[in-house]
Every structure is written in structure tokens, then in C-alpha cells.
Design a protein around this ligand. Structure first.
Ligand code: 5RP
Length: 232
């Protein structure tokens, strides 16, 4: 069973359990969400469900349009019934690292407007402590002019290593959908209080968002190598 199949079974299960007619649906970002939107489109067609989709990224918006689903926005739908999104890592407290695809800001805004945030992932994302399995660190979206002082402040507070994200070696920095840069913080202390880290990093002027999702996710589906799904 491939990793792709593991993503697909998790995505299909979550859409089947959580999407109902007359629902406002938050569409996450990443490769696993592609399967969720595919399943949603099948169900909308077969069951004539009425669903308004709110995207978390340019990618999510393109997926919604490609499948001829109804596109909405927070201006008209500020309360979302359920958001289904991927994650880079989920620890035993359901704290998430998100933003591997650089969409952490919109993903967190949409999650904060959702009655439920459901994570879909393959088995490699299921972890006990953050950093056990995901080695690329926690993304921090920052205003470009402030990336150096922010980097120094985070390192002074918590240590570790920080890299400015770039698309390929020697290319310029990755620019998010919102025109910002991303710092990837490779933390070394896995026993930090993530709620406190979330708050204190966000307090640094120039930090737009951090890809730590604390107490936001109510359920996770992990597709397994043999094609089953583990729920948490
Ligand atoms: C993008 C994200 C993604 O949801 C996360 O990176 C997981 O992606 P994938 O489903 O491709 O593993 O947070 O910012």
C-alpha cells in the first residue's frame, strides 16, 4: 500500500463522516486534501449535497474551482461548520505542526472560524512528541523586513536552528500567498509548553503566524500502510 493510498483512505473517511448537506466546509491545503476535495465532489454530484467551500490557500481555491464546487469566503460565511486539513505532525495532545506547504496563516484563520477542525494524514504524521517524526521544524510566517530580528529573538528564547525557507538552494526566499517570508525553526527541546511558545512567538513584532495549532483540532484520521484508518 502506497503513502498516497494511506492519504486517500484517511481523506475519504473524514469527508464521509463529517460533510453533510447545507454545510459550510473549510478546505485545507496540501497533497492529502486533494483526495478530500475529490471525494467531496463525488458526493456533491451523487447526493446533490449543498456545500459552500472556503479555501485556506491559492491551491485550495484552485481545487474548489477545478471540481466545480461552490466557492465562498469569510465575508459571507464567517462561521464554518467543519474544516478538513492536513498536518505535518500530530502529537499525543493533538497539537499540530502545519505550514509545510506555506499556508499556515490562512489555515489557522479558517481553523479559528470552524466549529470543528479535522486532520487527515498518512501514518507518518502520527507522533507522540512534536519533532519525533517531522524533522523540518515549525514554520513561522514573518513580515520580510523583520526576518533577521525575529530569527534572533526566537533563538534567544528557545534555542535550536532557524532557516529562511527558499524554494531551491541559492534561489530567493519562498513568498507566501500573503507576500511574507517563512522561517523554519528546528527546535531541539521537545518538552516545551507549546501553548506558551505559540503565544510568545506571536507576540514578537513582525511575526504574522506560527504553524503551531494548539487545542484547535478535535479529531485526526491517519491512513495506515495496510489501508485501514486509525482515528484519534
Ligand atoms: C500546508 C499544510 C499541509 O496541510 C501540510 O503540510 C500537510 O501536507 P500533506 O497533506 O501534503 O502532507 O499545512 O501549509
Amino acid at each position: 500500500m502506497s503513502l498516497e493510498k494511506a492519504k486517500q483512505v484517511a481523506a475519504f473517511r473524514a469527508v464521509d463522516e463529517f460533510v453533510k448537506s447545507d454545510c459550510v466546509f473549510g478546505v485545507g491545503s496540501g497533497s492529502t486534501v486533494v483526495y478530500a476535495v475529490q471525494r467531496l465532489a463525488e458526493r456533491v454530484e451523487l447526493e446533490h449535497l449543498k456545500v459552500v467551500c472556503i479555501p485556506t490557500s491559492f491551491q485550495a481555491k484552485q481545487l474548489i474551482l477545478k471540481h466545480n464546487l461552490k466557492l465562498g469566503e469569510l465575508d459571507t460565511n464567517p462561521i464554518i461548520d467543519v474544516t478538513i486539513d492536513g498536518a505535518d505532525e500530530v502529537d499525543s495532545n493533538m497539537t499540530l505542526i502545519k505550514g509545510g506547504g506555506g499556508c499556515l496563516l490562512q489555515e489557522k484563520i479558517i481553523a479559528s472560524c470552524s466549529k470543528a477542525l479535522i486532520v487527515i494524514a498518512d501514518y507518518t504524521k502520527d507522533s507522540v512528541k512534536l519533532g519525533d517524526r517531522y524533522k523540518k521544524g515549525i514554520p513561522i510566517e514573518v513580515i520580510p523586513m523583520a526576518y533577521v530580528p525575529i530569527k534572533n529573538k526566537v533563538l534567544a528564547m528557545y534555542g535550536g536552528e532557524i532557516k529562511l525557507r527558499s524554494a531551491i538552494a541559492k534561489a530567493g526566499p519562498v513568498v507566501t500567498d500573503n507576500g511574507n517570508f517563512i522561517l523554519d525553526w528546528m527546535f531541539t527541546n521537545q518538552d516545551l509548553d507549546w501553548e506558551q511558545v505559540n503565544t510568545s512567538v506571536k507576540m514578537i513584532p513582525g511575526v504574522v503566524e506560527i504553524g503551531l495549532f494548539v487545542k484547535m483540532c478535535s479529531k485526526a484520521y491517519f491512513g495506515q500502510p495496510e489501508g485501514t484508518v486509525v482515528e484519534r
